[in-house]
Design a protein around this ligand. Structure first.
Ligand code: ADP
Length: 237
């Protein structure tokens, strides 16, 4: 089978409201991201980044255009796939600026929770969580509670959680904003490694100057339209 793009978006539009007060937040976005790629999404405030991320994350419906994830059509000119909740759970991992870990669950269960909810037997979900924690070098914290971890360790656990259902797509919204240069680059190194290892497509929304030179490919968004650009792809190590 030919390799399918992880994300394929064409002519995506989103209008909020109606009539005289309508706002066209997306005015025809085109985007293709392949498995294993880490792509930057950059734009000024109000340009449509959050709206695009919400559409890509199947959190909101676009008004027009098409979107497919892993070759499966999700939206098509007003038609929307029925079970968006299952789609989000199985196909999309989210990483935010703050880790949002569940304080009363230990690190392993924070990561294992989503696969358990998706029907993976508990022992198998925990085994998968441990594998990811090992790949992210936080396995020694497996039985700790989130509050016992440093900020950087918590962010790595959050990345493990985003990967736990082996989603083809990971959406990271300003994942390095609160981190210093060294830790920010460490997070980007990990995202690149995870993209390679699990063949996930990762979109990183950012305006963090420390990490922008690392992207091989960047989508700029301005006034609801995207422009693709080759990035510097600067080596991280
Ligand atoms: P960014 O994330 O780049 O700051 P947004 O996607 O939040 O941009 O916003 C894009 C445009 O859509 C802005 O003009 C914003 O005011 C408008 N917008 C965003 N959300 C809503 C909403 N729920 N209702 C109406 N307008 C909105």
């Amino acid at each position: 089978m030919a390799l399918q793009p992880a994300i394929e978006v064409s002519g995506l539009r989103k209008r909020y409201g109606e009539g005289a007060t309508a706002v066209d937040a997306l005015k025809g976005v085109d985007m293709v991201v392949w498995p294993g790629e880490v792509v930057g999404l950059i734009g000024p405030s109000g340009s449509g980044k959050s709206t695009l991320l919400k559409c890509l994350g199947a959190v909101t419906d676009p008004t027009a255009g098409r979107m497919a994830l892993g070759g499966q059509t999700i939206f098509d000119e007003g038609w929307t796939i029925r079970d968006l909740r299952a789609l989000r759970r199985d196909k999309i991992g989210f990483v935010f600026q703050a880790p949002y870990l569940i304080p009363f669950l230990d690190v392993t269960d924070n990561v294992a929770l989503l696969p358990m909810l998706a029907g993976v037997p508990n022992a198998q979900a925990r085994q998968r969580a441990l594998e990811l924690l090992t790949a992210l070098d936080v396995q020694h914290r497996a039985t700790a509670k989130p509050a016992q971890l440093s900020g950087g360790e918590q962010q790595r656990v959050a990345i493990a959680r985003a990967l736990a259902n082996r989603p083809p797509v990971i959406l990271a919204d300003e994942p390095t904003a609160p981190l210093d240069s060294e830790r920010a680059l460490a997070v980007v190194r990990i995202l690149n490694q995870m993209a390679r290892q699990y063949q996930a497509a990762i979109i990183v929304v950012t305006h963090d100057e420390k990490i922008i030179p690392t992207f091989k490919r960047i989508y700029h968004i301005r006034d609801g339209r995207t422009y693709e650009e080759a990035g510097e792809g600067r080596p991280i190590d």
